[in-house]
Design a protein. Structure first.
Lengths: 274, 274
């Protein structure tokens, strides 16, 4: 029996994405506890629920402490199978549907939560179109004015400051058409915007990064190159920031924040409300 | 005043991703109500919270019904500003932290939820490495045995069955190294696995799709080509499915399920527990 070890089960009848995200963010509020998490997805039959119950009871016995189960089981019968007095069951559906039925003055119609993406096929197709757009117009390769004209946002910044993953995330998650433009040495010789971007100023969003962080990322990729030297990183970042300031572009430092945070900051600052 | 219209606010002091996901999936259980949703991210100061309160009170007046607020505000003071008796406040932090402190026998240490990605820099770097891997080895271009040797999973299927976005999602969300191999006419002439994949059979996962759906997707991209004709789609899918069966590969039909569902099914079926 290990001290301060707690087993957490994330249980879902679907992908488990929501319950895992919420669970991890709640557990981060208890930094002194050593959590061992187990994700169990697609628990959508009596048999699977019964196997899960056995696993939960086993974990309770092994750790000597009640495991905590975060779940999103739409089907009440499955919840009842999983409910045991040796564990704590926090079912998001059960808790919230109860809290919603009263103010909405209506009973919920239990339908599996995972249907909501496919229930909106146009929205879903739009997300896929956006992913293809991001891939096609990655790194400013062969993008003419026609390519940029379709963009909701055009990210610019020095090589390896995080543009590509942010574009892909904006596309996949929000259906945003995001192109990106890497500032190369030639662009950085001047404080004017690159010619192909000038017509699209309201769509521009600048990313910057601390030179040391940039060096670390660049070194991870290609070693021994001019490109990853700290002096080069410092010079590029300074020149890029001057260019951004000169053109009064919205700018975000990506050094210590995640792709998700960069993407949602862009949505908010450019008022792209998806 | 519109009938059965309800305003929903998704409020967060950070990205709002968790609260939006949970909220949308809960609202999908009330199909008869016409929800108008508003996302408000980075509500992290008294001033922003006070502005939000004014907006909530305005919505209550306009619709004649109490708006519902789903929020994840770590700071209790901000929750108190947002709390008004003309709306229903469901704060995920407030609800769940209360439910967790008792069984964990410990008070929570309130820290902004968004820190949890950056709090694990190695894990975060691994996700970015996985995105770069997926981009580098997209479409089987130039992948030798050394490229596939690094893969956690190799998706195979006909062109446009959804391989690329699934690889990117697996990378971004779970740090999985996912490569993909598009089956071209030459591969489909035989039921043997393409030579470059034979050494990696346990990593293979096959995607299939209904021919009509495939045709629809292909037509969206390039019209008037042989490639998008239904007879061509039917033939390719039939040949691919024969190849998958002959080699006893795990296979999933992507026709009616989302990227998220495909990705999590792969995790589960290949026991990639991230």
């Amino acid at each position: 029996m290990s001290t301060n070890l707690r087993t957490i089960f994330f249980v879902s009848d679907s992908t488990g994405i929501t319950v895992e995200k919420l669970g991890h963010s709640l557990l981060s509020q208890f930094p002194d506890i050593n959590f061992q998490t187990v994700s169990l997805r697609y628990i959508d039959s009596k048999q699977k629920a019964e196997n899960l119950r056995v696993e939960i009871e086993g974990a309770a016995k092994k750790t000597g402490r009640p495991p905590i189960i975060f779940s999103t089981l739409v089907e009440p019968k499955l919840r009842e199978i999983v409910r045991t007095d040796v564990a704590v069951l926090l079912d998001l559906f059960e808790i919230f549907i109860g809290l919603l039925e009263v103010p909405l003055n209506q009973k919920a119609t239990p339908t599996a939560g995972h249907a909501h993406y496919v229930a909106e096929p146009d929205k879903y197709m739009a997300r896929m179109d956006a992913v293809n757009y991001a891939l096609r117009y990655d790194d400013g390769l062969g993008v003419g004015e026609s390519g940029y004209a379709q963009a909701d946002v055009i990210l610019l910044g020095v090589s390896r400051c995080g543009k590509t993953p942010v574009c892909l995330y904006l596309a996949m998650q929000y259906g945003i058409f995001a192109a990106n433009y890497p500032l190369v040495d030639e662009d950085l010789q001047t404080t004017a915007l690159p010619a192909s971007l000038r017509a699209f100023k309201p769509k521009l969003f600048a990313l910057t990064i601390e030179p040391l962080r940039l060096q670390k990322i660049r070194t991870r990729r290609q070693t021994g190159e001019e490109y990853a030297k700290i002096v080069q990183c410092r010079r590029e970042v300074a020149q890029a920031e001057t260019l951004f300031a000169e053109n009064q572009l919205a700018m975000l430092d990506t050094s210590t924040i995640s792709i998700e945070e960069i993407a949602t900051q862009i949505l908010m600052q450019l008022h792209l409300n998806r």
